[in-house]
Structure formats: structure tokens, C-alpha cells
Design a protein around this ligand. Structure first.
Ligand SMILES: [Zn+2]
Length: 396
């Protein structure tokens, strides 16, 4: 079914969401649409620190309970867009969609908190309004949002739980130049990493999803390190036997709004729901998943080797340059460039690797660490050999 859900995505994607960061009113309209649909039960189950409503969208009457939540980290909304797409899939009335919907409706019950940390989403920050990282608050539960998530999951006792995140776009698949597009983790529920029944079924499902995702994104799929962290919700929920699977959307080349990963998320989750509904995940081994390379932080956006770092041409070094995202009060996301590191960067990979050994740094140009820059030019025989603005032009 994965290929079908992937191919069909343009026909069911939610048109109201076109970018990762969207307004509160856009979200309220979607909640109103889902509330009005006969296919869902939408309930306000709590509110954030700043009194924004937290909603649960529920679908199905089947005996297998599944939970999913997105935007526990406010600035990680790729899966939120995919969930909106899935809700649209579940309301459209083509004969094929209806047949899938009716099967899922009878076999499983899906409980979704599509936007948990609404205060962070409004600010476009990882943390809650109190500055708390919810995913380090599973034990202490200092934040109201963490208390809500914990008690909500306990009341449902799901067979599977989907913990949906975005990760830094510059993680690599192992020690390679491949940018991690999608990462999975069947979290450990204890220090020893015991293969409990819940962790094993999460890994079986991850195995299936790895196989399909890799067919679209060869070498771009990784897994997170499975070191146990009791403060994280994934690990805590696995210890409660909830079949927890972490799904992370990483980078996607110049698709900075990650619409290609939104599509992949929609296919992954719909395929997972079908596989859970018909028990087909139980036939899966786990080696495709367990053999995935882990995420490493090994990539620059741009690496220039042996670049001139002064205008007199006395010094050369490698330069690593990354994109920097800044949330604007207007609701937009602004991009600039930062020189992350200067020196021997032979150990680092890059999405764009360029030889600067024959270049000069023109008068007026300055290489300094950490500076947010919008222009940078190098020349070769007095002609422009590198212009950062050609990269800036690829944004959007
Ligand atoms: Zn996250």
C-alpha cells in the first residue's frame, strides 16, 4: 500500500498547508473542518501554558488503539502537515479511499494530538512557553503539556505510539555525505535495551517502513542511537509497553519547506496504519531496520577546501558554511548563512563541496567565524569564482 499512498498524495494533500510554519487561524480552520466531519471525533483535551487549546482527533472504532502526536517541539511541523493530509485522505469519497477508510475504521482506533506544543508552534521554538524541552520532561513532568501527554497515553494504552519529529537537517547517514531524510527509532525502554514485545513490534513495523522509504530515498534513511534516556517520552512510553516508534524528518536538499518529506510521512503513516490493521507487520524481520546506519552530525551545507581567508593571500584553510533559520515576528522563516568552522575540516562532509585552492579573497570581503553573512565572493584570475548569492537563490 505504501506506493499507492505515495503516488496518491497530490490527490489528498491538505491545500491549506503549503509551508511548515502556518498561522493560528489556519490551524483553527482545520480543527473546525475536522470537527464538522462525520469521520472524526475532535475533543479539546487540555490547554497549553498560555491557554491555547490542545485537541485530540479520533478516527475509527476498531479494537487496536494507536496514538500519534506531532509538534511536541513547536518548530517541527513536517509530520503535522502529513497528519492533515491523512485526515483529508480519510474524508475523501473515491471508491478506493472509501474501501481503505472503512477497513481502517473497523480494525483500529487512531487517537492523534496533531499539534501538542502550540505555544512553541506560535513562537516557532522547540520548547514550551516556559522554555522547557518537553522531550526531556517525561519523568519530572514540570510542564502542563508533558502531564497531559503522559496521562492521555495511559488512558488509551496503545498497541503502537508514533512520536513525530523533525531533526537537524544536517545529520548524515553514518559517516557519509548522505543527508538523513528520514530516521526511525524503535526506542529502548530500559538501560539494557531489552527487546521487549513492544520494542520488537515497533522494530518490525520500522523494518517494513525502512524497506519502502529506502526504495524512494536510497542511502538517505538512518536510525537514531538507541541509548536509553528516561527523560524522553519515547523511551518512557516504550517502558510502558506502548510499541513506540520515533519518526524524524531530517533535511531534503534544497526542499527547505520539506514538502517531499511531508509526502513521505503521509505514506509512512498510512501504510503503517494498514499494516497494523491487517497484522502484516508481524511477518516482518527486524534486520533492515537494525542494520540502518545511525544519524551523525557530519555535514556542512557548503565546504570550501583550501579557501583564502585573508585578502593578501597569506593564509588558507577549509571553510564550513551552513544555512541559519530565523523565525520572524511576521510568521515567516528567514534564512541567512553562517561560517560555522574554519580550519582542517577534512573530517566533515558537505552537501556542496568546492575546491577553493586557486581562489583569492577580494578587498572588502571578510572571513570571520559565526558571522551571519548574506554575501561572500571569491575570485580566480580576477573573475568571480564563487558567489554565495547563487546558493541563496536556491532557497524557496
Ligand atoms: Zn523533536
Amino acid at each position: 500500500m505504501f506506493d499507492y499512498f505515495y503516488d496518491q498524495h497530490p490527490n489528498y494533500q491538505e491545500p491549506a498547508l503549503t509551508k511548515r510554519r502556518f498561522s493560528a487561524s489556519t490551524w483553527e480552520n482545520l480543527i473546525a473542518d475536522w470537527s464538522a466531519s462525520p469521520h472524526f471525533t475532535v475533543t479539546q483535551i487540555g490547554q497549553t501554558t498560555e491557554s491555547r487549546p490542545i485537541h485530540e482527533v479520533r478516527f475509527g472504532v476498531g479494537p487496536i488503539p494507536i496514538i500519534a502526536w506531532s509538534q511536541m517541539h513547536g518548530d517541527e511541523a513536517t509530520a503535522t502537515m502529513a497528519l492533515a493530509d491523512i485526515f483529508r485522505f480519510l474524508t475523501l469519497n473515491t471508491a478506493e479511499y472509501r474501501a481503505i477508510r472503512e477497513k481502517l475504521h473497523q480494525k483500529i482506533s487512531i487517537y492523534v494530538i496533531p499539534r501538542l506544543n502550540a505555544d512553541g508552534a506560535e513562537r516557532w521554538t522547540r520548547e514550551t512557553a516556559l522554555g522547557i524541552d518537553m522531550n526531556r520532561d517525561a519523568q519530572a513532568q514540570n510542564s502542563v503539556e508533558a502531564r497531559l501527554l503522559s496521562s492521555w497515553a495511559d488512558s488509551i494504552k496503545p498497541l503502537f505510539a508514533f512520536n513525530l519529529h523533525d531533526q537537524n537537517r544536517l545529520y548524515s547517514v553514518g559517516n557519509s555525505a548522505h543527508q538523513t531524510h528520514i530516521a526511525f527509532l524503535a526506542t529502548a525502554g530500559d538501560e539494557a535495551g531489552t527487546w521487549t514485545p513492544s520494542r520488537t513490534r515497533a522494530a518490525q513495523l520500522a523494518n517494513r517502513l525502512t524497506r519502502y522509504t529506502q526504495s524512494y530515498l536510497p542511502n538517505k534513511v538512518a536510525k537514531w542511537t538507541d541509548e536509553f534516556n528516561a527523560r524522553a517520552f519515547g523511551d518512557t512510553f516504550q517502558s510502558r509497553g506502548f510499541g513506540l516508534l520515533l519518526l524524524e524528518s531530517g533535511g531534503a536538499g534544497w526542499d527547505l519547506e520539506k514538502q517531499s518529506l511531508r509526502r513521505m510521512n503521509a505514506a509512512i503513516l498510512l501504510d503503517a496504519f494498514v499494516s497494523i490493521a491487517d497484522d502484516s507487520y508481524l511477518k516482518e524481520p527486524t534486520h533492515l531496520y537494525t542494520n540502518l546506519e545511525t544519524n551523525e552530525r557530519q555535514i556542512f551545507d557548503i565546504k570550501i577546501t583550501q579557501a583564502p581567508i585573508d585578502t593578501e593571500g597569506k593564509y588558507r584553510a577549509d571553510i564550513g558554511i551552513n544555512l541559519v533559520e530565523t523565525a520572524q515576528p511576521s510568521g515567516e522563516i528567514a534564512y541567512s548563512w553562517s561560517i560555522e568552522e574554519i580550519g582542517d575540516l577534512s573530517y566533515m562532509h558537505a552537501l556542496n563541496r568546492i575546491d577553493g585552492s586557486k581562489w583569492s579573497l577580494p578587498e572588502g570581503q571578510n572571513i570571520s567565524l559565526g558571522a551571519n553573512i548574506s554575501t561572500l565572493i571569491f575570485t580566480e584570475n580576477k573573475l568571480i569564482a564563487f558567489d554565495l548569492s547563487t546558493f541563496t537563490a536556491k532557497i524557496n
